[in-house]
Design a protein. Sequence first.
Length: 222
Amino acid sequence: MKHIVFDLDGTLVDSLPGIALALNRALESLGKPIHTAQHIRTLVGRGARRLCADALPADEQNLPASINALLQAFMREYPHTWQQGTIPYEGISDMLERLASDEYRLSVLSNKPHIVTAPLVKHLFPSIPFAPVMGYTPEYPRKPDPASLLHIAASWNTAPSGITMVGDSLHDAHTAQNAGTALILVTWGYALTDDLLTTGAPLCSTVAELERSLRAGTGIWS
């Protein structure tokens, strides 16, 4: 299968430093306790709103006013912090260059707000012909809802079964399952490997292993 959709955070890039900086600045601005980067790592992947809800004190995590206030503060900060420490994982850029030169169709699908996803991908992967690049907008529900992944399949005029989803989380696994695409998971991201093992999907611990799996068409739900 030469149609690949990549998750972004924890799959292609380590974006934790910029996220943690923006979130803690937002929390501080509202007089809320801040978190370690290691704790924030466990909260990433389900979109900015869920990130902010989970970062609040326990008695405020279900209060829309508190969540909205923190989300607004986070979105003021993150466009200015995402470049700080956000880098591709070692070997990712070279792998993408090789896949693109071999005429694989490549896309990015992230729960990160599109207003940040698009410039981040363009900045870090300027020569990679990702099309489309999709971050979260109100037009499509967040992963694991399959609507955005199915939209990519339709834009490629390709059946979902002809696509491989590459991610680092259970959210990505459930997205692929819900859409009917193949799935490969990587272990260098933000989820616990033990959690990923429950999916039954192929797990790749190195970029070289990922590239071999992609070229071999390895994946489940295909």
